[in-house]
Design a protein around this ligand. Structure first.
Ligand code: ZN
Length: 360
């Protein structure tokens, strides 16, 4: 398929302009190289990690388009692209690895070209809150959305489902085993849903916000601990006859909840971290609960897995009604009000879980 001849077109973009500064601007539309695709977005979601980025968690950025969760229609493909063509409705992972990289070949595509290197959108290249989106390695990073799956459902696979589910997968939950999920934000909620799908016997969620507690039960939590009422580690020991849990999932990104995961997990168990530790110099390990280094507790860390095959699996779950992520959509904004959606996410106002962005 030949690449279309380009006239330079302008588009609207929502950008970071230095730490703490965001706003709309105009940019040139991106163009597709031989293996790339250009996407016309239809639905997107604002993510807390965008907020971390603007607050300086990954350093200074100038005129960088924000956003990394999007679905849309293929507008253009490069000459070498085979799996998708213009007009296809597709999802792109928040993480878009280089599939030929050394790390991808070793089985860690999200770490391609250095730590977290698969994370390109709104990090090392423009993100998705703009009217056209460039996707590298289109055959490896785009998945066609089945007819039975709506754009709003599908946009949740790009980060929330794939990350939350990976949290559960990497927690090595035994069938019928016990798992604690620390925090029920959107990633934590999907970790809860993932733990249920993975056959957990008892799921303990830690959360204080009533709407999130309720959703947590919807997604499979058997107990919800409000950390404002009870010490979560003590309560987990109480619920598990003083054994602790087989697995715990950290889905918040604070040193305190990470330590609680280690304390709540039994010897030989697994601590699965998907939280984004956006602040502070160190994440601490509680020495005694760590068995002074010998309790055979495994700690795994995960960055959102991307890739066509992974996304297709997520879509299959949606197609077969395995989970309904749209319960997490608390607000909807048109693209030209993405700044308001962003402010809402930043201030965690009005019971926000996920603000959905509609591009058309
Ligand atoms: Zn995200």
């Amino acid at each position: 398929m030949a690449t279309a001849r380009h006239t330079v077109r302008r588009m609207k973009a929502f950008v970071m302009n230095g730490i703490g500064e965001v706003g709309f601007t105009e940019k040139e539309q991106p163009q597709a190289g031989p293996n790339d695709a250009i996407l016309k977005p239809t639905k997107g979601l604002v993510c807390t990690s965008d907020v971390h980025t603007v607050h300086g968690a990954i350093g200074e950025r100038e005129n960088l388009t924000l956003g990394h969760e999007v679905v849309g229609v293929v507008d253009e493909v490069g000459a070498e692209v085979e799996h998708v063509q213009p007009g296809d409705r597709v999802a792109v992972g928040a993480i878009t690895p280089d599939w030929s990289s050394e790390a991808a070949q070793r089985g860690f595509p999200s770490q391609s070209n250095g730590a977290l290197g698969g994370w390109k959108f709104a990090n090392v290249k423009d993100g998705v809150f703009q009217e056209r989106v460039h996707v590298n390695d289109a055959d490896g990073n785009l998945a066609k959305i089945p007819e039975a799956v709506s754009d709003e459902e599908a946009v949740y696979i790009t980060d929330m489902m794939t990350t939350g589910f990976a949290g559960a997968e990497h927690a090595e939950i035994p069938l019928g085993g016990t798992v604690a999920v620390f925090a029920q934000g959107p990633v934590g909620l999907m970790a809860t849903a993932g733990a249920k799908l993975r056959g957990a016997g008892e799921i303990i969620a830690i959360e204080s916000v009533p709407e999130r507690q309720k959703l947590s039960k919807n997604y499979g939590a058997d107990h919800v601990i409000d950390y404002q009422d009870d010490d979560p580690v003590e309560k987990i020991h109480e619920v598990t006859d003083d054994e602790g849990v087989d697995s715990s999932i950290e889905a918040l990104g604070t040193s305190q909840t990470f330590e609680q995961c280690v304390q709540a997990t039994k010897p030989g168990g697994t601590i699965s971290n998907v939280g984004y530790h956006g602040e502070g110099e160190h994440v601490n390990l509680p020495r005694e609960a760590w068995g002074v280094g010998m309790a055979e507790k495994t700690i795994r860390t995960t960055l959102c897995p991307g890739g066509r095959v992974r996304l297709e699996r997520m879509l299959r779950i949606l197609e077969n009604d395995g989970v309904d992520p749209t319960l997490m959509t608390t607000h909807t904004f048109p693209f030209d009000q993405v700044d308001e959606a962003f402010a809402l996410m930043e201030n965690k106002e009005d019971g926000v879980i996920k603000p959905l962005i509609e591009f058309e």
